[in-house]
Design a protein around this ligand. Sequence first.
Ligand code: HEM
Length: 162
Amino acid sequence: MQIARITCIRLFALALAFAASNALAQQVATPAMNAPNPAQRDPALRPLFKVFGEKPGLVAIVNTAMNNLVADRVTRPYFINADRKHIKRELVDQLCVIMDGPCTYSGLNMAQAHQGLKITTAAFDAFVEDFQRAMDKHHIPFHDQNQLLARLAPMHQQIVTH
Ligand code: HEM
């Protein structure tokens, strides 16, 4: 199980590295205003919404994730002076919509939201790990975690700019 997990994390890291190699070109080719929909509703993920405990479950997981992000020396500098309540609210709505929950995402697209933050690949990877730890803490099965992470990973192209 542990080995499968490490392999999976490595595969994920590999996918991110591949995305990173294209990130700069994408940044030039894709102005922030034309970035992909950050909350693409996917009816196939509706079962995930239940597994995550619907909106209250998402709120709890995102709260834990934000605590992890602030405690993590790699991600802390990005979040310490940010409006964390606002980010949590938007992130919950974004995840809720992606999982076809009864929510609306009215936040920025991922390029606009992270513009000027100089987010590195290392910071993105740390963000993912902090989020995984939060899902672990709330007993989300590994397979379900990966289903969600597979939707978030491509956003790397809009978020990592440094
Ligand atoms: C797939 C990964 C990520 C997702 C889905 C995500 C999602 C979001 C959302 C929904 C917002 C709020 C947008 C709005 O204000 O309308 C936001 C803002 C923010 N995110 Fe992310 N984010 C991700 C990765 C990261 C990473 C890796 C960092 C830094 C290590 C980061 C740092 C921030 C900060 C600092 C803000 C607030 C910016 C401001 O106040 O202007 N995010 N993010």
